[in-house]
Design a protein around this ligand. Structure first.
Ligand code: AP5
Length: 185
């Protein structure tokens, strides 16, 4: 099974990916985690993207597509995993079409998109109490604006091409997990 977990910053994508990944031996692939790991390692990639993450802007499509190509390729070669959950990717129409090309070339397909719907006030509350490096009011606000302008329109691109499950992400974590499990059953 290959899934995309979709939703605004703070909607619970990472939380839920961790909870459902073992149900069918899925690898959790988070572009945010991969980019933060590069920053923490002080690699050339990390130095290049550090300021972009701090500002809540998007890293270029070619950089994230290269990360995804490597991760999805590793899943295909692994006996440990039978599929993947993409978290925080795709985030632009260019990334969505790049993913389609990459999957076509690899003979793979995406099975469904799970959208976590949470309103802006709840997101602000969640992220301000977590306080990651990019969890300050200004950056959160920019991340939400970037989501509305560049990421949300991807759902129109997927409409009619792939199954989309919309989940109320404002429920408790357990309720959200149960709804996701039900939608994928
Ligand atoms: P990324 O790491 O993807 O951050 P994000 O999308 O802003 O999402 P978050 O990790 O903040 O939220 P989440 O939806 O995973 O929620 P979580 O489970 O953590 O990206 C960071 C940056 O990297 C981007 O801004 C960009 O610069 C760059 N980047 C990444 N991918 C990119 C791409 N594809 N292209 C270009 N640039 C890219 O939960 C959040 C909090 O809420 C936690 O404290 C959690 O405990 C809590 N919570 C979760 N669920 C619930 C619940 N049901 N009830 C109450 N609290 C909850």
């Amino acid at each position: 099974m290959n899934l995309v977990l979709f939703g605004p910053p703070g909607s619970g994508k990472g939380t839920q990916a961790d909870r459902i990944k073992d149900r069918a031996r899925l690898m959790h692939i988070s572009t945010g985690d991969l980019l933060r790991a590069a920053v923490a390692a002080g690699s050339e990639l990390g130095r290049k993207v550090e300021g972009i993450l701090s500002a809540g802007e998007l890293v270029s499509d070619d950089i994230v597509l290269a990360l995804i190509k490597e991760a999805v390729g590793a899943v295909a070669e692994s006996e440990e995993y039978s599929g993947w959950i993409l978290d925080g990717f795709p985030r632009t129409l260019g990334q969505a079409s790049g993913l389609d090309s990459l999957l076509d070339a690899a003979g793979q397909k995406m099975d469904s998109v799970v959208v976590l719907e949470v309103d802006r006030d709840e997101i602000m509350k969640r992220l301000l109490s977590r306080a990651r490096g990019d969890d300050n009011p200004e950056t959160i606000s920019n991340r939400l604006d970037v989501y509305e302008a560049q990421t949300k329109p991807i759902l129109d691109y997927y409409e009619g091409r792939v199954t989309i499950h919309r989940i109320d992400g404002a429920q408790t974590m357990d309720e959200v997990t149960a709804d996701i499990e039900r939608s994928l059953a």
